[in-house]
Design a protein around this ligand. Structure first.
Ligand SMILES: Nc1ncnc2c1ncn2[C@@H]1O[C@H](COP(=O)(O)OP(=O)(O)O)[C@@H](O)[C@H]1O
Ligand SMILES: [Mg+2]
Length: 600
């Protein structure tokens, strides 16, 4: 093994001792299952005792019925009896281990599932600023595989440790009782066994990790090659890609071989140790037996007990490694659970009743990274929308339109100024009651796996089917939905993948309407529908706008021109505001945008 690999080993194993705090917390996950846990430990002890009894019975059978000279008939009955008891003990042991394994899995899976639920619940509550810092997919994937890796410790940790220790100590104690000298002599195999197991397991773990890494590179290359096959063919890259793939495959083969080589050296070595132990028992124990200091039955039992050494030592080493490699996972999971959402309900937060729908921004200054000293993303924003009015936000990409919406939703908090709804600071009401008043349709319209109907009901699960169809009819989306494969019962793939962008968009509009919000926010919501469809829902939208306060962000100015007021944003500042006619008459930035739009 090279020096670099040795270093890697050290890095892997040296630093990651599990802190006692983490360990205690991990054990606390098991606490709700303590009764099953205790059952598990009791059965572990009983199963181990039953296993240790086997060689005793053998010894008894040999010494009392075979080597002691009695008449043949009595001896035969005795041996048969012992054999029957041996079998009975075996069956009892089997039953005990069934309970042992089942209870262990109940405890481990229960604890893991609790952790999974806790993590999911927690991730849902985290503020959006957390997701800005960490990639969403990675958070979930990491938490999931971290919890998965706790399985070894949570399910098997306690009972394997107990059964290994008991087996080892029990076997030693029984051997000591027979003859302490032979016991001492046989014990010489333990240190090399423990040492070689430890070295082997560390290296095997590393070798397997290298193998897995290369394996996933190989899979990724194949997947990418297939997904990108059009591009590959178009650029005639087949041969180059094949060459690269072949190289990856060969490297994978080498890694498999080097992992296998470890087994080829380790397993024979263990075989040699076990042979050595047997040789000691036969040679030294045989001498003792000839001198009459040890019985033949005891000699046989010795050989069986020796065989019981190997498993527990391997298991204990393995568990120790698992504990080390689990430390990092456990710390990450607990770290995630300890991350406090930055935006939470204040202790004195009130519940916002049905809102009238008056929105006010008062001198709002905001940036996503509150520690940076860059320019503001929103700079001194001041405006008011009265109940029932429609406010349109216009401006280039990146001018801060969506950020205004995020502040209204209190996904983030402004560093200066206040965001008010019906005269209350949005920071002083509960997030849930705030979000109930507002429905948003954005351009990245997210649908969930399930039917169209389920998606429409998302914000208001109690909505009846008739209400939902009514909403769709009002919006003019009913016939589009009915034309889908199974109408309202059409199944939507993950993220709505089985629908066209336009269809998704229309469903999202309907979903927003079903929610019956007091405030409707459309953030470039019509960008995915074709102009003809847009014109169709335009008219329905206007009816929606009449009854509620609305905030509309759109690039196509046809959606915007009927707004009560239009704010033109530039680099986070309001540069113009007024009605469509006023702004066109002013001849400023909006007028220029509008001229361009009309020319299109
Ligand atoms: N989550 C975020 N973290 C950091 N910066 C962001 C984030 N979202 C948007 N921004 C930045 O804020 C500015 C305004 O963005 P946004 O409000 O989305 O603009 P618009 O909706 O007008 O296109 C842009 O410069 C954008 O890069
Ligand atoms: Mg935007």
């Amino acid at each position: 093994m090279s020096a670099a690999e040795d270093n890697e080993l050290e890095e892997q194993f040296a630093q990651k001792r599990m802190s006692s705090g983490t360990f205690v917390r991990l054990m606390r996950c098991v606490a709700p299952y303590r009764r099953t846990f205790v059952v598990n430990l009791v059965f572990t002890v009983l199963a181990t005792a039953s296993a240790l009894l086997g060689p005793q019975l053998l010894q008894w059978g040999i010494d009392h019925h075979l080597t002691r000279l009695v008449d043949a008939a009595t001896a035969r009955t005795g041996v048969l009896w012992v054999s029957a008891i041996y079998l009975a003990n075996l069956l009892v042991g089997w039953g005990l281990s069934v309970v042992q394994v089942r209870s262990a899995i109940t405890v481990g899976q229960g604890a893991m599932n609790d952790l999974r639920v806790a993590v999911f619940e927690h991730i849902q509550r985290l503020s959006l600023s957390f997701f800005d810092r960490t990639q969403q997919g990675r958070i979930i994937a990491r938490a999931d595989s971290d919890i998965e890796s706790l399985d070894r410790v949570l399910t098997w940790g306690a009972n394997q440790m107990l059964s290994s220790a008991l087996t080892l100590l029990g076997a030693l104690a029984l051997m000591l009782r027979y003859d302490w000298r032979l016991c001492l002599a046989v014990s010489v195999v333990i240190p090399p066994l423990a040492w070689s197991t430890r070295v082997f397991q560390r290296r095997a773990m590393l070798a397997y990790r290298h193998m897995r890494e290369q394996g996933s590179r190989l899979t990724a290359a194949a997947a990418e090659g297939i997904a990108g096959v059009r591009v590959v063919q178009a650029f005639a890259r087949e041969d180059v890609n094949l060459g690269q793939y072949q190289e990856l495959g060969e490297e994978y083969g080498r890694r498999v071989l080097s992992a296998a080589r470890l087994f080829h050296t380790y397993l024979p070595f263990v075989g040699v140790l076990s042979g050595l132990g047997t040789a000691i028992i036969l040679g030294y124990g045989g001498t003792l037996a000839l001198r009459g200091e040890l019985s033949v039955g005891e000699l046989a039992a010795f050989i069986l007990y020796l065989g019981m050494f190997f498993g527990p030592i391997q298991t204990m080493g393995d568990l120790y490694n698992a504990l080390l490699s689990t430390a990092a996972s456990a710390e990450r999971v607990f770290g995630l659970l300890d991350t406090e959402p930055q935006i939470r309900d204040r202790p004195d937060a009130t519940v916002l009743g049905t809102a009238e729908g008056r929105i006010r921004f008062e001198g709002v200054c905001f940036r996503y990274d509150s520690t940076s000293a860059d320019r503001w993303i929103l700079d001194d924003i001041d405006f008011e929308v009265r109940p029932g009015e429609t406010l349109a936000l216009v401006g280039a990409t990146g001018s801060g339109k969506s950020s205004i919406v995020s502040l209204l939703m209190r996904f983030y908090e402004p560093q200066r100024g206040r965001v008010m709804l019906d005269g209350c600071d949005v920071a002083s009401v509960t997030l849930e009651s705030l979000h109930r008043q507002i429905a948003i349709v954005t351009q990245d319209n997210f649908l969930f796996t399930g039917t169209v109907m389920e998606n429409l009901r998302f914000a208001r699960p109690e909505a009846t089917e008739a209400e939902i169809r009514q909403a769709a009819e009002t919006l003019g989306t009913d016939d589009v939905i009915r034309k889908l494969k199974d109408g309202y019962e059409t199944r939507v793939g993950e993220r709505g993948s089985s629908l066209s962008a336009g269809e998704r968009q229309l469903i999202c509009f309907t979903r927003a309407l079903v929610a019956r919000p007091r405030i409707l926010v459309l953030d470039e919501a019509t960008s995915a529908v074709d102009p003809a469809t847009e014109a169709r829902i335009q008219h329905a939208l206007e009816r929606l706008f009449e009854k509620r306060t609305s905030l509309v962000i759109a690039h196509r100015l046809s959606t915007v021109r009927h707004a009560t007021r239009i704010l033109v944003l530039d680099h986070g500042r309001v540069v113009e505001q007024g009605t469509h006619d006023e702004l066109v008459a002013q001849g400023g930035r909006y007028a220029a945008l509008y001229r361009e739009f009309v020319r299109e």
